[in-house]
Design a protein around this ligand. Sequence first.
Ligand SMILES: [Zn+2]
Length: 390
Amino acid sequence: MNAIKWLIANSVALIVIYAICVSVVPDMLDREHNVTITPPPYKVSKQAQDLYNSLDFIADLHCDALLWSRDLTKRNELGHVDFPRMQEANMALQAFTIVTKSPSGQNFSKNSGDGFDNITMLNFFQARPISNWFSLYERAVYQSRKLHGFAKDYNDDFVAVASKGDFKTLLNRRKTNKKVVGGFLGIEGAHCLEGEINNLDKLYDEGVRMLGPTHFFDNELGGSAHGISKEGLTDFGSQVIDRMNQLGIIIDLAHTSPQMIDDILAQTQSPVIVSHTGVKGTNDSPRNLSDEHVLKIAATGGLIGVAYFKGAVKAPLTKGIVDAMKYIKSIAGVQCIALGSDYDGSMTAPFDVTGLPVLVEEMIHQGFTKNEIEAIMGGNVKKFMLANLR
Ligand SMILES: [Zn+2]
C-alpha cells in the first residue's frame, strides 16, 4: 500500500513539474534563441519610408517561426515574425520553413547527426504530440498543419500558397486589400523523409513546396555543408531530386555541401533557390556560397536569399546584408537576389520584420536604385513563383 502511495505521490509530482516546465520553458527558449538587436519601433528617413511604402510585393524566403510555441495569428513580443507584424510591414509572402532535427553543439564546420537532438527536447517541453518526440516525419507533418491551422484562424487575411492558383489569389486579394498576407511551406533537411520517397509525396500533400536536401548534418540524401563527409548526392538523394522536379517542389540548396550543389545543379530540370545564405565574397565561411555557385544558381533562373545573421554576413548586420547583396549584384546581377532572413531560426537579427525599412535605407545608402530595391525586396520572388509554381 505504501508503495502505491509512493508511486502516486511521485507521479503527481512529476506531472506538476512537467506542467510548470511546459508553461515556462518554451517561451524562455524562444526568447533566448531568437534575439532582435534593435527592437521596434523603427524610424528611418522620409525618402526610405516613402520608397518602402511604395513597394508592392515584399517577400522573404526563410523563417523558422513554426518551430516555436507562438501563436502566429497574434502579435508577439517574442521572436521576429507573426502575421500581424507581417501586415504592419506590408509583407506579401513569407516562406515558413520546418526544422525537424538540430544536433546539440551545432556549428558551421562539422556536425554528426548521431548526437543529442535539441528539437526532441524542445518538442517535449512544448508538449507537442508524443508522435513528434520520436519521428522526424511527424514533426514535419505537425508543423505543416500548424501553418494551415493559423491560416484558417486568420480567415481571408492569410493565404497559404501551394499552387500558382493560390499565388494569383494572393496577388488579386492584395490589389484591394494590402492586409492580406501569404506564406508557403518549406523544409530544412530531407532527413524527415526517414529514407522513404513516399514520404515526399505525403509532405507534398501536406502543402510543402520547398525542400532543402540537408540541414546541419549528412543524411540519406548526401552531404551537408556542416557535416562530416562533404559528399555529393547519394542514389536516394538523386531519386528525391527527380521526384521533387516531377512534383514541382522547389529545391533549396541552403546548407548543402559544395559537392551536393554541383551534383544537384547537374541533375535538376528546374531552377533552384538558396533560401538563406551569405556569400564567400563578403564573408568566407563554410556556410556561404562561392562565386562559381552564385553564378551557376543565377544561371538556372534561381534565387539567392541573403540571410541576416552573423556568419552569413558580417557585422554590423544591416550593412553586412547589403554588402552581400551588392557583391552578388556585381558578379551575377540583381535578378537573382532576394531576402532570406532566417527569422526565428535561433538567430540574432538586426531588426524584426517590421524593421525592413531600415534595410531599404541602407540599400539606398549603398547606391541601389528604386527598381533594384523593388526586385530584391520581393519582385524577383514574385516572378519566380509565377514561373515555377504549378
Ligand atoms: Zn537554416
